[in-house]
Design a protein around this ligand. Structure first.
Ligand code: ZN
Length: 318
């Protein structure tokens, strides 16, 4: 989950209940346009139709905290196997993405569990003040979101570098906690990134399944001004969603985004403070046993990274 699993009751709602119907009604045609873009850019192998699911009601269980996972418990999990080395591989001097800068933001940090007072401190996200970071969620058997996001991010880095991109991480688990969400945004900005992706997995109720990509809403306040990144971020997000379906076979979320695999949020500092195109991806729901089985599979994580890389590559070569 992205920055709200600890305090669901105080979480700023991105859509008020009264506006839900209107919001979904507005979202569906936009998303369909996105799928058309995806079809248009994907070539003949993209003829597989997107799975458009019935518009769901937003579940109130989304974001509820589960039992606190032990930070040390995943050590023996099969999910930890086969992760690529965190050491950056040698960047190709050439390739279709040569000259492009991609910032990858592995959501959370495994050390956040031991630094709750630090990560609960509020930081300025322009439109509001928000916790520095959160612990993230975990599967019921203790595979943490932070471990998942770092694994997928490493795989993503290798795939992008193979194509010549310059890849920078917001952190490599080299610090005891964080970075805070405002710093995560600034790292992408300072790098002059052509695209930024923040990798997450969700912590929702059993039966809530699938991935969704979170796009920045149009916000302005303090240091936050997303006017210039809303459109390119949507383009980036739509391409990632389409490629993610193809690479993983996973359906778009059945509980967020009305079956589109896309959501728009105005409460995430990592998006609000970004001055470069940026999206989050919630790769699946760690609290659903079926999704959790996928998220714990190293071969599935490779497919997930491939889908994200394909989406980024498509966006950067548009
Ligand atoms: Zn998260």
């Amino acid at each position: 989950m992205s920055y709200d699993e600890n305090q669901p009751s105080t979480r700023p709602r991105r859509i008020g209940r009264g506006n839900l119907t209107i919001a979904i009604a507005a979202l569906v045609p936009t998303a369909l346009a996105g799928w058309l873009v995806w079809k248009a850019i994907g070539g003949p192998e993209d003829n597989e139709p997107p799975k458009v699911l019935p518009v769901p009601s937003r579940q109130t269980t989304a974001g509820k905290p589960g039992p606190a996972p032990s930070p040390s418990s995943p050590a023996s999990s099969p999910a930890t196997s086969a992760a690529p080395s965190p050491t950056p591989s040698k960047r190709s001097a050439s390739g279709p993405l040569a000259g492009k800068i991609v910032v990858v933001d592995p959501g959370h940090n495994p050390g956040n569990f031991r630094h709750t007072s630090e990560i609960n401190k509020l930081v300025d996200i322009g439109t509001n003040r928000k916790e520095c970071d959160t612990t993230g969620t975990a599967t019921n058997d203790g595979y943490t979101e932070a471990e998942f996001t770092f694994d997928v991010s490493q795989r993503l880095r290798m795939l992008l570098e193979k194509q010549g991109a310059t890849v920078k991480f917001t952190h490599t688990n080299d610090r005891p906690f964080g970075p805070c969400v405002d710093e995560r945004a600034r790292i992408g900005n300072k790098a002059g990134a052509d695209a930024v992706v923040s990798v997450h997995a969700d912590g929702s109720g059993v039966g809530n399944r699938g991935f969704h990509v979170i796009l920045p809403a149009l916000v302005k306040g303090g240091a936050a001004d997303t006017a210039k990144i809303v459109a390119p971020s949507r383009d980036l997000g739509e391409r990632i969603a389409g490629k993610f379906v193809r690479a993983t076979g996973s359906a778009p979320s059945n509980y967020v985004g009305g079956g589109t695999g896309l959501d728009v949020r105005e409460d995430l500092g990592g998006l609000n403070l970004s001055t470069v195109p940026k999206v989050f991806i919630e790769c699946g729901n760690m609290r659903d046993p079926k999704d959790a089985a996928l998220l714990k599979s190293s071969s599935w994580r490779q497919k997930a990274a491939q889908g994200i890389a394909d989406g980024i590559g498509s966006y950067l070569q548009r």
